[in-house]
Write a protein that binds this ligand. Sequence first.
Ligand code: ZN
Length: 233
Amino acid sequence: MRVAIISDIHSNLQALTAVLRSIGTRKVDAIYCLGDIVGYGADPATCVELVRKECKASVRGNHDQAVALDHGLDWLPKDARKAAIHNRLALSDAQLEFLGRLEYTHVGDGFTFVHASPKNPHQWTRVESLHVALDQFEAFDTEICFMGHTHLPAVLSDKMGVLRVREGNRYLINVGSVGQPRDHDPRASYGVFDSDSFHYELVRVPYDVEGAIDRIKSERLPRRLGKRLRVGE
Ligand code: ZN
């Protein structure tokens, strides 16, 4: 089985469209979404509709929760808070209800999917150090747990010295961000995993960054949210 995993779309329709087009050429059996469908960007409604239509399941991100339920809105940086309020007003009641009902963790097709971390997913822990990563492996039962949240692609193994994804080890895989990459590569990011060959690929897709920035400008969202897309931070 081949699955594509997308995360942290952040209302960036230009990036999401390019990623879905790229996934379309790869003959995957299912697409999963790791949350933060909304927040930061200018086109939340169309992004929510596309995820609902294209993805087999999606989990809840902290921005989805802030936009739909007001939970954690005060914890977001000022720019993000402004965008969250803008996004809320741009979504229909049905779209807000969809976001508000997303589950924290989803297990399907032999994988675990979570936004931030499998251990206490509602705490939005950033899995950025070895110490925090090793602490996560007891919190899921599958061989692989896919996650997002930091917008930084990474493959972490439960054993030291494992340099590539291969059978016999367990992995936490961060697929990076579709709509707001932060690893200084502005191209949209997503993952493809083939469970027959146990092969993982991180895919980067160029998209219409200037189009996304123009939309942020025309929605009068903070300019910085557009500028950061150009440099991938
Ligand atoms: Zn995010």
